[in-house]
Write a protein that binds this ligand. Structure first.
Ligand code: FAD
Length: 528
């Protein structure tokens, strides 16, 4: 009788997307649990799909691409040493070819179950449905989990089950659900695995580096005129955003121990680094939003207890509770915008939330004006400083995102979609839902957006939030000798830079629009 061929052992696959971590990763936790129940020594593989053409189409920034690859190297090391799971990278030009590539991988490795965390954008959802259909014909199950938000889309609704259109009631409901203690972290099941074969790590890292180099070349070709600009940007982002879960966690702990104590006030000061700078990590999932939330709640509780304990010795440091709650509300904004896109998928295809407001404005597509805004040459110091900071560091402070977005949409009347795309191409934390939400808020076309008549004046914003013009002068050194009082006043600045003005020799343009006139015109347009 011929010997029976050994039955190939079934394997499990974790497909990482925007969740590049082991800690509190819903899909990974569920898969390890499932695999443990299914086999004594389960075989788990990990996968990440590199889709450069798709990334370019979605205007992903080079800074983020670089951060993803750096994070993948950290993830590969952690997966292998802690769980004996090998990370594989596959390349596909776009999402439809992604489906076939994963299908082939599953056949090759005898995969029975795949787990992933949801990505909520339209193309990603369509890709996942196509994969699910294709795999189910072959008996492979594709499990998906909610992981990107603290509370999943669809779970925070009005009493009649509809999505909130305004943030404050959403936030109250969100907080009341969380107060019931519903959110917990997802632990990793202990895997019965063989001793990790750490000899293969260099090989894995080489293959990641190889794909990184190919992707980098493509991005340099398509997004940059000069390679030196890109290299200098990457030098900065690598220093500011070291990769890895440990780094993200350290940043969270440090922020909650120190900077958060003045967050409520200091968060708006452009010259201060008073916010957590965790957005880049949250965007690609190096840290979990639930972990951020739970750690912040613990910190608030400690601040509360410390205050109660020191009741007779007032100490301003113990005012941190309110600051922490304010920070938590920012995490809620992040959830809110994700819930909004799931409820209104046409937003992902470029539609405004408030189509009536969007259609009232006669948006401009003047590329010469747009170019001035992109390069920081508008003649409005705070706007230009913010744009140059974005171009050189891949980051912009929240208030400045609002100021520059309002300037583009309500002083230059350029379609917010152009600005939205430009931000995505530059931001290391570029995230469709938050970026779109921020742009539509600023353009007054979004849900719970800024009222159309409340238009930020970039000069008075600078006076309030960059009093001594430290931020402006850092990014516009040509203005170093002009007093802050002049930089913060449009009429004085025009005079100072004019031919007969005291700073006529300074190589800096006159403000390209008169803010007061532009404001009136914007209000007229929105009134319709
Ligand atoms: P912190 O103040 O420490 O806040 C903590 C976290 O809360 C952030 O990391 C972020 O995840 C979340 N958060 C804070 N503010 C917001 C907000 N207004 N909306 C949604 N989430 C928020 N954020 C992105 O993560 N990616 C983007 O692409 C993005 N684009 C934006 C575009 C515009 C026009 C505007 C006005 C805002 C945008 N934001 C975006 C929101 C916000 O500016 C950044 O999240 C914040 O500046 C990141 O810095 P931080 O991590 O230090 O924030």
């Amino acid at each position: 009788m011929p010997a029976l061929a050994p039955t190939p052992q079934t394997s499990y696959l974790i497909w990482f997307r925007r969740d590049l971590r082991l800690e509190d990763n819903t899909a990974l936790s569920a898969l390890t649990e499932m695999a443990n129940q299914g086999a004594d020594q389960p075989h788990i593989k990990a996968l990440f799909m590199v889709t450069p053409e798709q990334w370019l189409e979605h205007a992903m920034s080079l800074a983020q691409v670089d951060f993803i690859f750096r994070s993948l190297k950290e993830l590969a090391g952690a997966l292998l040493t802690q769980l004996n799971i090998e990370l594989h990278l596959l390349q596909a030009p776009n999402y439809s070819q992604c489906v076939d590539a994963i299908d082939n991988f599953c056949q090759q490795h005898n995969i029975s179950n795949i787990a992933s965390n949801y990505e909520y954008e339209v193309n990603e959802m369509a890709r996942d449905r196509a994969l699910e259909r294709q795999l189910s014909k072959k008996g492979i199950t594709f499990h998906r989990y909610h992981d990107q938000c603290i509370l999943p889309p669809g779970s925070v609704t009005t009493n009649d089950g509809t999505m909130y259109k305004v943030f404050t009631p959403f936030y109250k409901k969100w907080q009341s659900i969380l107060d019931t203690g519903l959110v917990n972290l997802h632990p990793l099941a202990k895997l019965n695995h063989n001793k990790p074969d750490s000899d293969i790590l260099p090989q894995i890292l080489d293959s990641i580096e190889d794909l990184y180099q190919k992707t980098l070349r493509l991005f340099l070709e398509r997004q940059f005129d000069q390679e030196t600009t890109a290299q200098s940007l990457l030098q900065t982002t690598r220093q500011t955003y070291p990769a890895g879960e440990d780094q993200a966690y350290k940043r969270l702990q440090q922020f909650l121990a120190e900077d958060v104590q003045h967050y409520d006030i200091a968060r708006d000061q452009s010259a201060l680094e008073a916010t957590s700078q965790l957005s880049a990590y949250l965007t690609i999932g190096v840290i979990s939003p639930r972990l951020c939330y739970l750690k912040a709640k613990q910190a608030a509780q400690s601040a509360y207890e410390a205050k109660a304990y020191n009741l007779n010795e007032p100490n301003e440091d113990f005012g941190a509770e309110q600051d922490i709650q304010r920070w938590i509300s920012e995490l809620a904004w992040r959830d809110f915008y994700r819930h909004v896109i799931v409820e209104n998928p046409d937003i992902v295809k470029g539609a405004a939330f408030n189509k009536v407001a969007d259609q009232k404005v006669n948006w401009s597509y003047d590329l010469s004006d747009f170019e001035k805004w992109c390069r920081g040459l508008t003649g409005v110091p705070l706007v230009d400083a913010a744009m140059r900071c974005l171009n050189q560091t891949g980051f912009m402070h929240n208030r400045l995102r609002m100021v520059t977005a309002m300037f583009l949409t309500k002083n230059l009347f350029i379609d917010w979609r152009l600005g939205e795309r430009y931000f995505m191409q530059k931001l290391i934390d570029g995230d469709f839902a938050s970026n779109n939400g921020g742009w539509q808020w600023s353009a007054s076309t979004g849900t719970d957006a800024a009222p159309y008549f409340r238009i930020m004046n970039p000069f008075s914003q600078a006076k309030t939030h960059d009093k001594d013009a430290i931020f402006i002068k850092t990014w516009l050194p040509e203005l170093k000798d002009i007093p802050a009082s002049v930089l913060h006043d449009e009429a004085k600045l025009r005079q100072a830079l004019s031919k007969k003005g005291s700073f006529a020799q300074v190589d800096y343009p006159q403000p390209m629009v008169d803010h007061k006139q532009a404001r009136l015109y914007a209000i007229e347009q929105f009134k319709g």
